[in-house]
Design a protein around this ligand. Structure first.
Ligand SMILES: [Zn+2]
Length: 161
């Protein structure tokens, strides 16, 4: 990990979903359900990656980042390119970014990570954490913040065999 930003990592959740799919427990239609909005966001604001789609294995994945936060006012919830996020991070107090991977071929999509950006975040020496409601389906979260882990609420994350 090269970043010191507070990050919630959803890779374990993603792996669990893909495992269920490979075992035939989940239909392709259930996991390849990107909305027209998400597809458009991927098309116009996405970042093409070199990563192959784990479901159809035909297309490369596109990363789409959505910015949320009161400080963003009416633009909250919009997809943002990395350069736009850098600009926002330098001018806005604090906002959350949701990074989603999308396959523009089959429609696979999954939340990859969630993190905080903004002048208050990068300018602060004290680590901040993202408030995640871990009581709501804690098994859905891969790694959560230190304070949550202290509570033991996610002690079983990744052991959901
Ligand atoms: Zn695909």
């Amino acid at each position: 990990m090269s970043t010191q930003r507070p990050v919630v990592d959803y890779s374990l959740t993603k792996r669990a979903v893909l495992r269920d799919f490979q075992r035939g427990l989940v239909a392709m239609g259930e996991i390849c359900d990107s909305s027209p909005y998400l597809r458009n966001a991927a098309r116009f604001h996405g970042e093409q990656t070199e990563l192959r789609c784990p479901v159809c294995r035909r297309e490369n994945l596109t990363y789409v980042r959505f910015a949320y936060g009161e400080a963003l006012r009416q633009s909250a919830g919009q997809a943002r390119r990395p350069d736009e996020l850098s600009l926002l991070a330098a001018t806005v107090d604090e906002f959350q970014v949701y990074l989603v991977e999308v396959c523009r071929g089959c429609g696979w999509n999954h939340l990859i990570e969630q993190y905080l950006l903004g002048t208050r975040v990068t300018g602060s020496n004290s680590p901040r954490r993202i408030d995640v409601d871990i009581n709501e389906r804690p098994e859905r979260y891969g790694r959560v913040s230190q304070s949550a882990r202290r509570d033991g609420a996610v002690a079983t994350a990744g052991c959901d065999e």
